[in-house]
Design a protein around this ligand. Structure first.
Ligand SMILES: [Zn+2]
Length: 379
């Protein structure tokens, strides 16, 4: 519904090849699985239990840090735990809610999505930035906002390289954390005021959406600064805000980067004049996305299925607790259609690949990709 509203400023829209043979067959197999196993795609009991556990831990760590902790050795572990529980809310609850994969009821999805406002970022902007722009145009330079961190880093072969990028595989990691602080306090406001996500137009929030946006930012100011300032000096409140959000930001950014900014992921470009992509949408999702640590139950639980990003990109409306079960079907179907199913066996392997990708992008000269795409793209 929202995709139709997205336009790239001044340029033609991107189109994917219409051949949907792979997607149809994949959907048939996955639908068969849900029918025969009697499992439901949404409203899974495991999801509600997980939500209660994570929100309880978040509330507990926050209360202990603000109201109880009296020394640095009490505050530091709570800082780490609070940062990680914020990341867990983003991975597990907010992400499914915003994709409408949490429940069949719109109001439950909305409530789950609004946990994004609880951890400081606007659920309204995230919906457009992530669900609409990123998921539609994943890894397409100039369209996918997730791979655009301006001059701070070069994440794709089609971005301009600056001298400083030579060291980006070292300096980008802490910047990932600071980026989320900027997102809280600046990016959300800029995007709403300009009505844009990067080059893509975004409708400005109206009525209840605007109330939700402002309410979310008031909640951020209250939880991050207002309430803590009643009990602690300003410098401590600011320091702990930076530490907590910085840590959550590094964890969130890195987990998302392992899916798309690694050596195995493709960065295709549209034809310059027509905006036509070489592949069908579903094939594009497989070629631009990589899984990791599929066998780890602990990571699958903690990361909200974000180690199964191929499955997530192909079935964003299926609750993430189902991804381990359908991943074998997805892998087999990719094989049957001659598609590469990109995967790292562990988190560490994915992390190493992201490090090497950053080093490569920081040192390799920029290719004349736009020209190449226009010469070799589909006719
Ligand atoms: Zn998503």
């Amino acid at each position: 519904m929202f995709v139709n509203d997205i336009r790239r400023g001044g340029q033609s829209r991107l189109t994917f090849t219409r051949d949907s043979t792979f997607h149809k067959e994949l959907r048939r197999r996955v639908d068969d699985y849900f029918r025969s196993s009697n499992r439901s795609q949404r409203d899974c009991p495991a999801m509600y239990l997980k939500t209660a556990i994570i929100l309880t831990f978040f509330g507990g760590f926050y209360s202990l840090l603000v109201f109880v902790a009296a020394s640095w050795w009490q505050a530091l572990p709570l800082t780490v735990l609070l940062g990680l529980s914020m990341a867990a809310i983003g991975f597990n609850i907010e992400h499914d809610g915003s994709h409408h994969s949490y429940s069949n009821h719109a109001w439950i999805n909305r409530l789950a999505a609004m946990t994004m406002d609880l951890i400081g970022a606007s659920s309204y902007v995230w919906h457009w930035k992530h669900v609409v722009v990123h998921h539609t145009y994943v890894n397409i330079t100039g369209h996918d906002a997730d791979i655009d961190i301006s001059f701070f880093g070069r994440l794709t072969p089609h971005q301009k390289k600056f001298g400083v990028h030579r060291w980006q595989h070292f300096y980008l990691w802490p910047l990932y954390g600071l980026n989320v602080i900027k997102w809280h306090l600046y990016d959300d406001f800029r995007d709403v005021i300009l009505g844009r996500i990067g080059p893509m137009r975004m409708p400005r929030p109206k009525r209840w959406e605007l109330v939700g946006f402002i309410g979310g930012k008031v909640l951020l100011m209250t939880l991050a600064f207002g309430l803590p300032l009643l009990f602690h000096p300003l410098w401590k409140v600011l320091l702990f805000y930076v530490l907590i959000v910085g840590l959550a930001g590094v964890v969130v950014s890195v987990v998302f980067q392992l899916a798309h900014c690694v050596e195995e992921a493709e960065f295709p470009l549209p034809r310059q004049n027509s905006g036509a992509m070489e592949n069908a949408w579903a094939i594009h999702q497989v070629e631009t996305t990589v899984d990791f640590a599929r066998r780890s139950r602990v990571q699958s639980w903690l990361l909200g299925g974000l180690n199964f990003q191929i499955e997530h990109h192909l079935f964003p409306r299926v609750c993430h607790v189902n991804y381990p079960a359908i991943s074998k079907l997805v892998e087999q179907t990719c094989r049957d259609f001659g598609l590469r199913y990109g995967e790292h066996p562990s988190f560490r392997a994915g992390l190493s690949s992201h490090f090497r990708w950053l080093r490569r992008m920081g040192n390799e000269p920029a290719a004349q990709q736009l020209l190449v795409a226009s010469e070799h793209g589909p006719s």
